[in-house]
Design a protein around this ligand. Structure first.
Ligand code: DGY
Length: 327
């Protein structure tokens, strides 16, 4: 019997490719070419499955051109590159890669918070430029992290991981806002208190965004929200580009309406709003919150397990649209 055909759309761990090759006829892309939408469509025309990484858009137009496609397995917990509604309408399963990256991403959220509040990269650049000639009492004075108020918008698994780090590691008073309130048990586990978004923005010393991207969460933080924040506050975005209005943020940073920001994700990335590149009080990283080799391998293997689970055994591990399975 011939093996199902799949495309692995980006370069990936050789061991993951090897696992996939045991079950599928694999078209790999170890040169890591970024396919245009038309190239992706052409490559998927005869494939039953695709391994995506978040940079490949799966929408109604592509699905119409790829009638053999049964599953799109994303190597990311976020799946805003998928039009899940269109996939469900076409009977195509989508899967993501949750859980395996939770603690690693929460670690990074905290690293970015620390670097931003304590001005780590800004002061390093100053030192590298050879400008450090003497000590002064207020040189790169930052904002307290321990004992301060941590506000988390988006209290899924990663948000909860950040809350626990803040509450138990740094004695922070943790407040959160989320579409739905956590159970009393989970709130106690995270030592976090539910508040409205406006109250959170007004009272947090550090605001961390971990909300999934959707049309509803587009520009969750724009000029009006930045205007509610304390002038001493920091803003951290490890969620998705588009959750923050980057142009409005650059203005707020330049005018010191908030103290600083730490951004791992950007509107239209890998492009970065040029004004963000010229303000000193922002820490910028290239979407690396889940980037440890151990975690990235676990994410890749989970995407592979979803392809194998569905196309070989009929049982995916982390389906996004289980209605497709019931049909
Ligand atoms: C995710 O998993 O959604 C990350 O943003 C990708 O690294």
């Amino acid at each position: 019997m011939s093996k199902p055909k799949i495309l692995v759309a980006r370069a990936i761990f050789p061991e993951t490719l090897e696992r996939l090759s045991a079950h599928f006829e694999v078209e790999a892309n170890q040169a890591d070419t970024l396919f245009t939408p038309d190239e992706l469509k052409a490559r998927l025309a005869d494939k039953q499955g695709v391994f995506t990484t978040g940079s490949e858009r799966i929408d109604a137009g592509l699905l119409a051109a790829c009638p053999a496609l049964k599953i799109c397995a994303n190597m990311a917990v976020g799946f805003n590159n998928f039009d899940v509604e269109a996939m469900t309408a076409r009977g195509v399963l989508g899967t993501n890669a949750p859980d395996v990256l939770t603690e690693t991403t929460a670690d990074f959220g905290f690293a970015l918070l620390m670097a931003t509040a304590r001005r780590v990269t800004e002061s390093e650049h100053y030192l590298r430029r050879g400008e450090w000639t003497r000590w002064s009492y207020d040189m790169f004075a930052g904002t307290e992290v321990h004992g301060s108020t941590l506000g988390i918008i988006g209290m899924g698994r990663i948000g909860q991981g950040i809350a626990r780090r803040g509450a138990f590691g740094f004695g922070m008073d943790v407040i959160y806002h989320n579409r739905s309130r956590l159970s009393p048990e989970l709130e106690a586990d995270c030592k976090a208190r539910y508040v409205g978004k406006e109250e959170l923005l007004r009272s947090a010393d550090h605001v961390v965004l971990v909300v999934p991207y959707s049309a509803a969460s587009h520009h969750t933080i724009g000029a009006p929200e930045l205007g509610l924040m304390k002038p001493t506050a920091t803003l951290i975005n490890i969620a998705r580009g588009g959750i923050v209005d980057d142009a409005a943020l650059a203005v707020a940073l330049r005018e010191r309406r908030i103290a600083a920001a730490g951004l791992d994700v950007f509107e239209g990335e890998p492009k970065v709003h040029p004004d963000l590149l010229t303000v000193p009080n922002v820490v910028l990283t290239p979407h690396i919150a889940s980037a440890t080799l151990k975690t990235r391998l676990a994410m890749a293997n989970l995407a592979a397990d979803n392809l194998i689970g569905y196309l070989v055994h009929g049982k995916p591990l982390t389906p996004l649209n289980p209605a497709v399975l019931a049909a």
